[in-house]
Write a protein that binds this ligand. Sequence first.
Ligand SMILES: C[S@@+](CC[C@H](N)C(=O)[O-])C[C@H]1O[C@@H](n2cnc3c(N)ncnc32)[C@H](O)[C@@H]1O
Length: 356
Amino acid sequence: MATQVEQPIDMAKVEQFVHRAVGELGATLNAALVVIGDRLGLYKAMAGAGPLTPSELAHRTDTSERCVREWLSAQAAGGYVTYDDGCYTLPAEHAVALADEDSSAFLPGAFQLMTAAVRDEPMITEAFRSGTGVGWHQHNHALFEGCERFFRPGYRANLVESWIPALDGVEAKLRTGARVADVGCGHGASTLIMAEAYPASQFSGFDYHDHSIEVATTRAFAAGVDDRARFDTASAQDYAGTGYDLVTTFDCLHDMGDPVSAASHVLESLDADGTWLIVEPFAGDRVEDNLNPVGRLYYAVSTLVCTPASLSQDVGLALGAQAGEARLRDVVTAGGFTRFRRVADTPFNLVLEARP
Ligand SMILES: C[S@@+](CC[C@H](N)C(=O)[O-])C[C@H]1O[C@@H](n2cnc3c(N)ncnc32)[C@H](O)[C@@H]1O
């Protein structure tokens, strides 16, 4: 065994590291404060309102002045709002990200997802010991809604605008009337965006999680697209139907225990001229490519949610949320697809096309 040479500890570096961690401790707690601000409408009430006292904000949101004052001071210390002479202001640019649900920069859904993931830490710690994983369905319900609200702004900004037009011949088929399966659809955020954009087409959303399917169904009714968007509980390996023009998987292939079997089933279910649109978290192929803020976020959520989810299913391949294009290509080609290409990406998404 090699003997380790003891290095003297550089106390200045220890101090630097602890100092950095203090910032992260504040950010950790701030995540819950963002969820509170979102849930109680505090950010929405501040948007465009100019400087407000805690009492004015509490009055507008029917909340406790003392609680709101403490929340505002924490928000000011974190740079989310500004403070001047007893008044707090939400800058217009921050309002876009914190108060506007339709903005592509909307953040509270992401915080909702991340705080929900943190809440289930005891189950995950136990799963590290057992190695048996934790199913998506075992998480607290805030995770499912957080996931929907985290991903929806990106889908709204990109799906119809750029991802579908980047696919070979798919947009024209959707406009005239195509059959689409959205697999691992969760609450159906992506399914509904497509159903709204392409009224001549028919959309089937599938997910193995029955609660998500119930929510997706109510969302379709609320959006008035229930005539063309239907949802059923089914896994990626056995959902119904053949001859689909387009199959989509949004941010879920890496969550599946057996993505190769899922790929084979997608192939079986597609028309000979069909297309599989695969949207996955943005990642480079090597760990060292992903040692940046986006990679950090995805590796963390992958540790808490995606990897245990895959491990809980048969095969348990556990691609992880930072699989990268090369690994995804291996999965898709192992499933029998012969054509595979990267058609677009954003800072958060890899967008891939597979064809039979
Ligand atoms: C991160 S969520 C993404 C949900 C949705 N596509 C979205 O973008 O909002 C992953 C989804 O994959 C689903 N899922 C995981 N394994 C599955 C499987 N084997 N078959 C079908 N769905 C699966 C989960 O239930 C969950 O809804």
